[in-house]
Design a protein around this ligand. Structure first.
Ligand code: ATP
Ligand code: MG
Ligand code: FE
Length: 339
């Protein structure tokens, strides 16, 4: 039967129903952006309450759109970490409740695994699903990492950020320029009116071995440039974006060299929306002779389709979880049970 996916690890409440073969029957995402904007970032307590208020109704609407009821489901998959614990508890408990009520298997999905497997959704990418192993570059508000995806449940983190996530860096730089939160898309718009070469900004770790990331020095340099007031915000934004794109490309190049068997460079996370970032990464992939695959934006950012799909992949491998599975705010990919 169809699989219900639930996502509530950060600031998106999402539900989706996928047929057992991976076809998307219905999906919905409610962003809490407005609840958090006044605070300039996600407030965990507000997020948890908003998930609690929104999730049951959203799940019912998504099921109705799929033309089925809870009793028609074959399984439930809920994000159970990593993320903000309040939201994780809401999603996992709701999912377990549905599983108990209808005698369904429950899958506790790792949010990072869900991002990692999205590109394998049947029919998603024109050129077909990438086969293992491939390189995942996860660039979101909470994560910035290079992951070797070697199989279901088999991930090797090749590099990660030493300080801020890249989306967080976009948001902080944008805030320094007085742009609303989340600032990534606003900063990209502003950057399009600026000269990326006008303000020289550092490119942390560029040219160094490995594929770790660092953005705090770049953020500090942006703060200094803004405070000096000599350059326009558009020029600073353009310089910042160019520096980030160059750093991501440099790190991805090294990561691809660390995984020479990679069949593709898969990009996920909200920052994958950025055109300068995309262009830089597709250049690197091209030079390494692999395709750059980016799921459509709605599936790059937090969503429940990817959670349901990760659930399907796990169920196919004979994996599911007990109802005593406890949500984990920290849950590195390396801790996952392999198949
Ligand atoms: P998680 O890290 O758990 O996935 P998240 O909600 O922070 O959670 P996403 O929803 O994937 O992550 O992405 C949001 C981030 O992406 C924000 O930091 C936002 O500023 C950034 N972002 C979105 N669009 C753009 C863009 N066009 N350019 C740069 N950054 C962007
Ligand atoms: Mg988000
Ligand atoms: Fe995410």
């Amino acid at each position: 039967g169809p699989v219900l996916g639930l996502e509530s690890s950060c600031d998106e409440t999402a539900a989706a129903v996928l047929a057992a073969d991976g076809r998307i029957l219905a999906e919905g995402v409610l962003s809490q952006e407005r609840e958090h904007a006044a605070f300039g970032g996600v407030v965990p307590e507000i997020a948890a309450r908003a998930h609690l208020a929104a999730l049951p109704g959203l799940a019912e609407r998504v099921l109705a759109r799929a033309g089925i009821g809870f009793a028609d489901l074959g399984a439930v998959a809920a994000t159970s970490g990593p993320g903000l614990i309040g939201g994780l508890i809401v999603g996992a408990c709701f999912g377990k409740g549905v599983a108990i009520a209808h005698g369904l298997p429950f899958v506790a999905v790792n949010h990072l695994e869900a991002h990692a497997l999205t590109a394998r959704l049947p029919g998603l990418l024109e050129r077909g699903a990438p086969s293992f192993p491939y390189l995942l570059l996860l660039v979101s508000g909470g994560h910035c990492q290079c992951v070797a995806v070697e199989g279901l449940g088999r991930y090797r983190r090749l590099g990660t950020t030493l300080d801020d996530a890249v989306g967080e860096a976009f948001d902080k730089a944008a805030k320094l320029m007085g742009l609303p939160w989340p600032g990534g898309p606003h900063l990209e718009r502003l950057a399009s009116q600026g000269d990326p070469g006008a303000v020289p900004l550092p490119r942390p770790l560029l040219g160094r071995p490995g594929c770790d990331f660092s953005f705090s020095g770049l953020k500090t340099a942006v703060a200094r440039a803004v405070a000096q007031g000599a350059a326009s915000h558009a020029d600073i934004a353009a310089g910042f974006q160019a520096a980030v794109a160059a750093v991501l490309a440099d790190r991805a190049r090294n990561a691809l060299a660390m995984l020479p068997e990679a069949t593709a460079l898969v990009v996920a996370g909200g920052v994958a929306a950025n055109q300068a970032v995309r262009a830089a990464l597709s250049g690197v992939a091209g030079m390494a002779g692999v395709p750059m695959l980016a799921p459509p934006l709605r599936l790059c950012t937090d969503n429940a389709v990817m959670v349901a799909w990760a659930g399907i992949e796990r169920l196919r491998a004979g994996l599911s979880d007990g109802l005593d599975h406890a949500p984990r705010p920290r849950w590195p990919l390396a801790d996952l049970a392999g198949a």
